[in-house]
Design a protein around this ligand. Sequence first.
Ligand code: C5P
Length: 234
Amino acid sequence: MRPVIVALDIDNQAQLQRLLPKLGQPKDVFIKVGMELFYHTGSQLVKQLADQGYKIFLDLKLHDIPNTVYNGAKALAGLGITFTTVHALGGSQMIKAAKDGLIAGTPIGKSVPKLLAVTELTSISDEVLLHEQNCALPMKKQVLALAQMAKNSGADGVICSPLEVKELHEQIGDDFLYVTPGIRPAGNAKDDQSRVATPAQAKKWGSSAIVVGRPITLATDPQTAYEAIKKEFN
Ligand code: C5P
């Protein structure tokens, strides 16, 4: 079954403890923990959740010199997480170091967490790409080039928009994970997302996993909303 990952955009343990039981049994729940929660509560909470059976996408977007990223990734691999992220802009050596760190830090007998690369953040406009990052390539080519470099450097996949997945499959190949936020079931508010797709569209276009936040976390019955999205995506 392709994963539907619930984005927990919260920053405290009390909120977490209220929300988690509403999503279902830990073994059936895949959550995305971002820097807000991680920096507030620390790595031990992530380990506890993994030990309880939750699958975890730890989205910390590492970006530093290769040696530092190697050691950081090695520490994260010991937490029992399933996915984690780096910025592709850190370069091929940094991505290789992240992958090596994850391998080195994974306890014997456990699966190595999948390494996902963030290409250009969706908050970066064409204007910022040109005038602040001084990148001569148009956004689409830059995203493709970064995704290809990430793959060549050992990343297992990228984070991208569901609207980019089809072309990425064609250009980068099927043996790579395409994890897509920006998902809204039909009839849901877009909130602050501008380019969205339904779970069924994401499936059709080839997303390997989808990340869904508010349509689940703010639903009156989060578990029912979560199950419906899982069904639509699979
Ligand atoms: O609530 P919603 O479904 O919009 O949450 C989407 C999640 O995916 C949030 O955690 C957001 O930060 C993340 N995300 C995104 N777009 C990106 C990268 C990450 O929406 N390009």
